[in-house]
Design a protein around this ligand. Structure first.
Ligand code: EPZ
Length: 423
């Protein structure tokens, strides 16, 4: 644990004031690999300064690209010098999205050797649909010694029918298809905001991607993509986490720089609980006083309730008035944080992919451990609303997806700090 830090929170302060949302993690980790498809330098703006972005800077540089990254300003990528095709175990393991380098390298140079990705342990997370899509475009794929090897004499557009809606599969095959010959049609495609954002970035380079945001995406391959300057969309999940934290602390927070239409499933649930949610063009105000009602949550693909907000939401539900039922339909093992919430006084019963939450008057601070990124977010929310002090170990998980989260929460009145973990 040497050098490891824990997050220490003294709960009970209602969050109030204004906070600006950072650029999206899940869009950034798709857009950055996509720069390898370009035939000229690209500039990406509004990137969040998080570990996943920094990992991708290292990966692009290891492939030979020139990357000028100024956190909070922009990232200038010159892919013209990138003649590598391998991503090793250590780099690939740093994040889930390292597997997007397969689609990007197939599109760029018809060959990729990428070690299996890392990412949150919330299920088995196979990539069979990604490989199915690459095979449909004419690429041979095989897994050898923990590395995925993809190779194509030529990449020819084709129809790809995903067996289930997969964000990663949709993104990965879209990347390869952009530089294939002919037209590719993705059927049963994911519709998340970051799919649309990636398509907009690709089209800004001269690609031809139509239908992103629907379940049918048509991509006409292009031999040459020109440079572009592009700003990624705000983070839908950070926005939601801040909305939940505002409600959980009975606060009054205005979240700026967000896209309210991306938040509709959560906003509707919060309104159902008795939380006051007011949308403006690019901000959402969340106010909560008095008690909040229990509700049922069933995670779905976009535009349903996001699985990434199930964990922070479960913290809010621990003190709702009544019994809430949470069904996690996307991942088979995304309830690990429930044990930690129980340590803080929550009353939760987990049965397979269903959690039954009996509301209690209050949570109490305790030492807890984050098991993945959004579990860490759930414990953050719990610590903010609990009576007393909470220590969150393995807080590094939180840094993977939330930029400067302590300073944002402190600016809203939270009593939160980071401390070295004692040996
Ligand atoms: C992306 O993961 C996100 N990660 C996840 O966010 C998010 O929870 C998830 O989409 C759903 O929205 C990134 O964007 C980097 P999927 P991904 O492919 O692409 C199964 C966070 O906290 N599946 O949509 O891995 C899979 O096992 C992270 O920011 C296959 O069976 O999700 C899962 O049960 C966590 N075979 C379901 O589909 C495949 O080939 C949805 O997975 C692909 C997926």
């Amino acid at each position: 644990m040497s050098g490891k830090k824990k997050m220490v929170i003294v709960g009970g302060n209602p969050l109030s004031g204004e906070v600006h949302v950072s650029g999206g993690k899940n869009t950034s980790v798709a857009v950055i690999p996509a720069t390898l498809l370009c035939d000229e330098p690209c500039t990406i703006e509004n990137l969040p300064d998080i570990d996943d972005v920094r990992a991708l800077v290292d990966i692009l540089r290891s492939l030979g690209a020139t990357v000028d990254y100024e956190p909070g300003v922009h990232m200038v990528v010159d892919p013209t010098t990138a003649d590598g095709f391998q991503v090793g175990y250590r780099n690939a393991q740093r994040l889930r999205a390292s597997y997007y380098l397969i689609g990007a390298l197939l599109g760029r140079r018809r060959h990729a050797e990428v070690a299996f990705p890392g990412g949150c342990k919330i299920g088995t997370r196979p990539i069979d649909q990604h490989l199915k899509g690459f095979n449909a475009l004419g690429a041979m794929t095989e897994e050898r010694g923990g590395t995925i090897i993809a190779d194509a004499e030529e990449l020819l557009g084709n129809d790809v029918f995903f067996d289930m809606v997969t964000v990663g599969g949709t993104i990965n095959v879209m990347l390869a298809a952009c530089k294939a010959e002919g037209t590719t049609v993705l059927h049963n495609a994911a519709k998340e905001p970051h799919i649309v954002d990636l398509a907009n970035f690709l089209n800004s380079m001269g690609a031809n991607v139509r239908g992103a945001g629907t379940d049918l995406i048509r991509i006409k391959g292009k031999p040459y993509l020109h440079g572009s300057t592009y700003a990624v969309i705000p983070d839908q999940i950070e926005t939601g986490t801040l909305m939940i934290a505002a409600a959980a602390t009975h606060g009054d927070v205005n979240i700026t720089g967000c896209i309210p239409t991306h938040m509709e499933a959560l906003s509707a649930k919060l309104l159902e609980m008795g939380v006051r949610v007011t949308d403006s063009d690019d901000s959402i105000r969340v106010r909560m006083s008095g008690s909040h009602r229990a509700v049922n949550i069933k995670t779905q693909v976009y535009p349903g309730f996001p699985t990434d907000l199930q964990q922070p939401m479960s913290a809010l539900l621990t003190t709702a008035h009544g019994t809430s039922i949470i069904q996690e339909t996307i991942f088979e093992s995304r309830f690990k944080h429930m044990d930690e919430l129980i340590r803080m006084g929550a009353q939760i019963r987990v049965m397979d992919r269903t959690a039954i939450v009996e509301g209690v008057p209050s949570l109490y601070g305790a030492p807890v451990t984050a098991t993945d990124l959004r579990a860490g977010a759930a414990l953050l929310v719990a610590g903010l609303m609990a009576k007393g002090e909470t220590e969150i170990y393995e807080a590094e998980y939180i840094d993977r997806g939330y930029e400067h989260i302590e300073s944002k929460l402190r600016s809203l009145g939270a009593n939160i700090r980071r401390e070295l973990v004692e040996a």
